[in-house]
Design a protein around this ligand. Structure first.
Ligand code: ADE
Length: 247
């Protein structure tokens, strides 16, 4: 799988993604990262890539042409189907299910906007999907693109050391992850829950399931509506959570 990022701040994207787990995965060739500087595609002699908005108003708008030319250059390198994602607060709010679907693609092209926006014509021409990473406004699209690439790439086989760990964690089956502990057994008077030291696998599984249910019910109750709950799960929640309504 290859990620292509069209940006005015290539160093920011490279420095972010060529670090830690994603960096190691890129080095191993598990996925490709192609960062394209939109400014390299301007025909303006002063290398401008933005201009003031028609109709007036504050700020600058990124021009269509350099973005279109950068996109064409990327398209020449890829053979098949691809998607072009514009990261914007006006998109669908990105979630784990979207990540799963996008991880099936061979090539994803991210367009990072800046200033007051991007000329709508180039968006209409090239963009297939618009995603937001949440209901808040950032200064540019680089961080959202990096967030999405981090999330999608860890679903690519081999990127995580232990392939199980992308499955058994928060948002798997719409339940939040259970709490984790490691050595020492006691830290500043706080002990690791006894059951985890017991070696009794069935009891450990049961405890973890219950902890996931409790956390989800307390912090993100709306997720439980989408979770597949067993009779035992429902009975447990009824007993533990005051006023818990069977959904
Ligand atoms: N650009 C600025 N803010 C954003 C957000 N929350 N999500 C995606 N792109 C953005």
């Amino acid at each position: 799988m290859n990620f292509h990022v069209l940006t005015l701040f290539p160093d920011m994207v490279r420095n972010g993604l060529e670090t830690s787990i994603t960096g190691r995965a890129i080095e191993k060739g598990l996925f490709g990262l192609d960062v394209v500087n939109i400014r390299d595609y301007t025909k303006d002699k002063h290398l401008h890539v933005d201009d003031s908005p028609y109709g007036g108003g504050a700020g600058m708008v990124m021009q269509a042409e350099p973005i279109y030319r950068a996109y064409e250059a990327v398209k020449e390198q890829i053979s098949g189907k691809h998607r072009v994602i514009y990261v914007t607060p006006q998109g669908d709010v990105f979630n784990q299910q979207h990540a799963k679907e996008l991880a099936e693609e061979d090539d994803l092209i991210f367009l990072c906007g800046h200033y007051e926006g991007v000329d709508e014509r180039v968006l209409d021409m090239i963009v297939t999907d618009r995603y937001s990473i949440g209901d808040y406004v950032l200064t540019g699209g680089e961080l959202p693109a990096m967030v999405m690439i981090d999330c999608i790439s860890r679903l690519v086989p081999g990127v995580l050391h232990n392939d199980d760990s992308s499955v058994y964690e928060s948002f798997h089956e719409n339940l939040l992850e259970y709490p984790q502990y490691t050595r020492p057994e006691e830290f500043m008077g706080r002990k690791v829950p006894e059951v985890l030291l017991s070696g009794h696998h069935a009891n450990i599984e049961k405890w973890r399931r219950e902890q996931s249910l409790l956390r989800t019910a307390r912090v993100r109750p709306e997720l439980l509506k989408k979770a597949e709950l067993t009779k035992k799960d429902r009975a447990f929640l009824k007993k533990e959570i005051d006023g818990w309504q069977d959904l």
